[in-house]
Design a protein around this ligand. Structure first.
Ligand code: NAP
Length: 232
């Protein structure tokens, strides 16, 4: 059975991607901080697909926990077919604020995918196959003044994405970045916003599934997904 690791996957886009890949026949590895949510997600997904769901409670702002998780994956001795670097956090701030919320957003939005992928890199090199999806953001195309630390952290991640793409391409490992504007996820809960005019997480999941079924020669490098409402 093929393995797909999706970070930050009890809710939001990570959850949609996990569900789709489970339907597609992957053993999915889901992760989040809340153990109860993980157990609920596992039961719900396994009930629909009969495919095994691995759960791990991790705080992706903690390097030690991330590296322990990577070791656990590597110790199974199995192929890593898909890695979706999805986990991310958005905390509004502005360069004019007395203090930025930079540390937390750098930890989760940049260092988490960086530490995890770097630990798994040798395995991808040896496999000479596999796909990595990096969930970047529309802020990489148009920096958000009121999301200053978020923009900075996603630019660091974008730089890493580009390097990964170039480094792994000659080895046969495909690296694709997604650049969505507002997505209809739990991040927007409680806000009076037109969620049906946002990018829908199921569409991102379907695109990942389609990319995974492309012929060996085709590698989409960066995909922009724009909400139909230009204000989002
Ligand atoms: N939503 C948007 O409008 C939008 C737009 C562009 C890009 N993006 C990007 O898309 C990705 C997914 O966003 P989303 O809106 O789907 O997120 P979300 O709905 O807030 O879901 C976040 C998921 O990640 C987990 N998580 C959050 N912080 C974590 C941490 N420190 N350690 C471990 N797990 C953590 C959450 O579970 P726990 O709380 O239990 O940990 C949850 O399962 C992010 O990279 C985000 O930057 C989002």
């Amino acid at each position: 059975m093929k393995n797909a690791i999706i970070t930050g996957s009890t809710k939001g886009m990570g959850r949609s991607i996990a569900e789709k890949l489970s339907v597609d026949g992957y053993r999915i590895w889901i992760s989040a901080r809340n153990q109860k949510d993980l157990e609920v997600a596992k039961n719900e997904i396994e009930a629909k697909t009969d495919n095994e769901v691995m759960i791990h409670a991790i705080d992706f702002s903690n390097q030690e926990q991330i590296e322990r998780y990577a070791d656990e994956i590597l110790n199974t001795g199995q192929t890593i077919d898909v890695l979706v670097n999805n986990v991310g956090v958005y905390i509004p701030d502005n360069l004019k604020d007395d203090e930025l919320k930079l540390d937390m957003q750098m930890d989760v939005n940049f260092y988490a995918p960086y530490y995890l992928t770097q630990k798994l890199l040798k395995q991808f090199e040896e496999q000479k196959t596999g796909s990595i999806f990096n969930i970047c953001s529309v802020v990489n195309r148009k920096p958000r003044v009121d999301g200053a630390s978020y923009t900075i952290s996603k630019f660091a991640f974008w730089g890493y994405h580009k390097l990964l793409h170039q480094t792994l391409l000659p080895l046969g490992v495909k690296v694709t970045g997604f650049f969505p504007s507002s997505i209809n996820t739990s991040s927007w809960d409680g806000m009076d916003v037109p969620k049906d005019e946002f990018v829908q997480p199921e569409d991102v999941a379907d695109m990942i599934s389609t990319i995974l079924n492309m012929k060996r020669g085709t590698v989409p490098s960066e995909i922009d997904l724009v909400a139909i409402n230009p204000d989002f």
